[in-house]
Design a protein around this ligand. Structure first.
Ligand SMILES: Nc1ncnc2c1ncn2[C@@H]1O[C@H](COP(=O)(O)OP(=O)(O)OP(=O)(O)O)[C@@H](O)[C@H]1O
Ligand SMILES: [Mg+2]
Length: 347
């Protein structure tokens, strides 16, 4: 089919639309405006004209372009893609039916929608996990009590006593998991008090620095002077620091460098607490899952997979956010951002 000749007034109108836009047939692009060239990272409109629409927008329904508004992927020249919203209308100006589409970049909106969904899901899971843990915790207490009573009556060295010790060990492990879940589902104190995060970091670090997992890790602290106090629950914030530092030590298999720093931004009135390690980093495909309860990449029986989900719950109750970054192969970075002026636990 010969390229379709477009009337000048249509070209003029589409060229002047500030949003990315184009005129096309059911299959091919005819005229592309500068904003769309820029959005999809081409350098000249000609590179995008008289080309199959599927090269720019996916999915593309050949023969029957969808009218109205829909979400799709915009394909960039370099091979990446962005989330877009495309609104298509027919243009009746020649023998062939032409269409005009206006495109909006919704990558950021999609990102926030995804993050909100994830956070709602975690909250719901947390609540459910807390309820289940509560139901399991009490009978487990009973099991351990009676098992310990029988234990006292059995002869040392007997097979029955050895078997019972295994039961006690396994039941104790269940109890630890249930306790962790209870913590995850609820906040332990109703009133918050001022907490010095630098002090939490140094206290917790000295508690575990002799542990095998950190013995050969060189840790560099860069803690902000005059860091404002954070309104919070000290015990819970200690748990956050422990979880993240232990994870870093475990990721580095006990050897590497850990950088811990705190910083206050007066403009946003937020405190940043950052932990960077030189471990293997977090693969892209599991980044969205590491905060889920029970998600772990450790061998069965090693990790509960609760550390980060509890951490997430605690940070959220302090009105804060966790940002993870770092490239696979060059380490992981956990950045916690807390507002300083909250008065109590956040829902
Ligand atoms: N610093 C890190 N570097 C690389 N991966 C990490 C790091 N921190 C966490 N992860 C990944 O996130 C997963 C979940 O962490 P989380 O603390 O919730 O559970 P866990 O450490 O596996 O178990 P537990 O905390 O009960 O010992 C880990 O199994 C690991 O795959
Ligand atoms: Mg952990």
């Amino acid at each position: 089919m010969d390229p379709v000749a477009l009337p000048d007034d249509i070209i003029d109108a589409v060229a002047r639309i500030p949003q990315p836009a184009l005129v096309h047939t059911a299959e091919k692009s005819i005229f592309v405006n500068a904003a769309l060239v820029e959005l999809l990272e081409y350098s000249r409109p000609e590179q995008m004209e008289d080309r199959f629409m599927g090269e720019f927008i996916a999915p593309w329904h050949f023969g029957h372009p969808r009218m109205g508004r829909r979400e799709a992927a915009g394909k960039k020249r370099g091979g990446g893609s962005i989330d877009i919203e495309i609104s298509t209308l027919p243009l009746y100006c020649s023998d062939v039916t032409l269409y005009q589409s206006i495109i909006r970049d919704i990558t950021e909106r999609k990102h926030w929608e995804g993050a909100m969904l994830q956070s709602e899901r975690l909250t719901a899971m947390g609540r459910l996990a807390g309820e289940i843990a509560h139901e399991i915790n009490n009978p487990l207490g009973g099991i351990l009590l009676y098992a310990n009573l029988i234990h006292e009556d059995l002869d040392p060295g007997s097979q029955a006593r050895a078997n019972l010790e295994k039961i006690i060990k396994l039941a104790t492990r269940c109890r630890i998991i249930a306790k962790g879940l209870l913590n995850f589902g609820r906040s332990s104190s109703k009133t918050y008090a001022p907490v010095d995060l630098n002090k939490v970091i140094s206290d917790m670090y000295s508690l575990i620095e002799d542990h095998n997992i950190l013995k050969r890790v060189s840790t560099k602290f860069s803690l902000a002077r005059n860091l404002p106090h954070l309104m919070g629950d000290r015990g819970q914030l200690e748990q956050v620091v422990l979880n993240i530092v232990i994870n870093a030590g475990e990721a580095m298999k006990g050897q590497g460098e850990l950088r811990v720093n705190t910083h206050f931004s007066p403009d946003t009135k937020t405190i940043n607490m950052k932990f960077e390690d030189t471990g293997p980093g977090i693969p892209e495909e599991i980044k969205s899952r590491i905060f889920e309860p029970f998600f772990t990449t450790k061998q069965p029986g090693r990790g509960t997979g609760l550390g980060l989900s509890i951490t997430h719950g605690i940070v959220q109750r302090h009105g804060g956010k966790i940002r993870i970054s770092g490239e696979v192969g060059s380490g992981a970075c956990f950045e916690l951002i807390f507002p300083v002026n909250i008065s109590g636990p956040q829902a």
